[in-house]
Design a protein around this ligand. Structure first.
Ligand SMILES: NC(=O)c1ccc[n+]([C@@H]2O[C@H](COP(=O)([O-])OP(=O)(O)OC[C@H]3O[C@@H](n4cnc5c(N)ncnc54)[C@H](OP(=O)(O)O)[C@@H]3O)[C@@H](O)[C@H]2O)c1
Length: 296
């Protein structure tokens, strides 16, 4: 049985959908208790799990009646102490004798060149040293960041504001990340591998704005802002100074061109060409229209 952590999140929810379609045996772990209960009502084997409480990880791995987990998909949101929290899962997975740990990491983690790379890399290293059979997924920026993080100002002001004028990013649709995750979780030939994962093309934010304009029929602009203005804006929106600085480092990494490479791995692993930004924009169009309800 597969344990999907972060099952209520952007990526985890897509993995749950795919596993349901395939009729695979899985358990979905949610941080928020009510999400676990909702899942149970829908017939999903949903459990509450807090990475900070190893006993909840052990319980989720063992299952209520000894129906143990043998494969784990590990993902955590960018929460404080993320590295330590994920290491708790590695420890418990080892103790439980899982036969595969699939860790969702980040594009460029091996470089340790920016904030999020340095959050993920120690977990990758610990997994590799743990003797647990593993697969590492290193996705580039998610296309869904547009609908999750930037749709609000797009709806209200027909614009989004980032310090990323030199960036070209081969964003990936999380539906492809989920497809890859399910592929590697159900086929042992991916043990010991680390896969860079991207969409089919590298786009600038101006090109993204043009594509969103075309699909919505509204003129949507990308506005280049300074690091200082970005920092001020995200902190006033409730993000901590440390998280704001981590995001700035990410945008510096993007501006360096390091996220513009296109990987063929989605197609090689799943047999399907990766979804393009145009397809994403078409499917998520409603998020960018003024009448859209709060994104979610
Ligand atoms: N955004 C990008 O462009 C991008 C690109 C590459 C890699 N990444 C990486 O992808 C990850 C984020 O994935 P995502 O967008 O799917 O995240 P997300 O939507 O924020 O979901 C994260 C999940 O983690 C769960 N969670 C939070 N705290 C927890 C805890 N203490 N114990 C157990 N679970 C906890 C939450 O559970 P509930 O829903 O139940 O509250 C949530 O479902 C990060 O590690 C990030 O570095 C992001």
């Amino acid at each position: 049985m597969i344990l999907v952590t972060g099952a209520g999140g952007t990526v985890g929810a897509e993995i749950v959908k795919r596993l349901q379609i395939l009729g695979a045996r899985f358990r979905a772990a949610y941080y928020t208790q009510s999400k676990a209960e909702d899942a149970q009502r829908k017939g999903i084997d949903g459990v509450a799990l807090d990475f900070a409480k190893p006993e909840t990880i052990a319980r989720a791995l063992a299952g209520p009646d000894g129906r143990g987990v043998d494969r784990v998909f590990l993902i955590s949101g960018n929460v404080p102490h993320q590295t330590e929290l994920e290491l708790n899962v590695v420890r418990e997975a080892k103790r439980a004798g899982v036969v595969q740990l699939v860790k969702s990491s980040v594009w460029g983690a091996e470089s340790e060149a920016f904030s999020f790379a340095r959050i993920h890399r120690p977990v990758e290293k610990e997994i590799a040293a743990s003797s647990i059979p593993y697969t590492i997924l290193r996705p580039n920026g998610y296309m869904q960041n547009m609908s999750t993080f930037y749709a609000e100002t797009i709806r209200a002001q027909r614009a989004f504001f980032l310090p990323a004028s030199n960036a070209r990013i081969s964003h990936i649709d999380v539906r492809d990340l989920a497809r890859v995750a399910v592929t590697v979780l159900t086929d042992t030939s991916h043990i010991g591998q680390a896969y860079d994962l991207s969409g089919p093309e590298a786009l600038s934010y101006e090109e993204i704005a043009q594509k969103l304009s075309a699909v919505t029929g509204r003129e949507i602009s990308y506005v280049d802002i300074s690091d200082a203005d970005f920092r001020k804006a995200v902190i006033s929106a409730g993000i901590t100074a440390a998280a704001a600085d981590a995001m700035l480092e990410l945008f510096q990494y993007y501006n360096s061109g390091a996220a513009s490479r296109v990987s063929r791995n989605v197609e090689l692993l799943t047999g399907h060409a990766p979804l393009s930004f145009d397809e994403y924009a078409r499917d998520y169009r409603s998020y960018f229209l003024p009448s859209a309800k709060a994104a979610g």
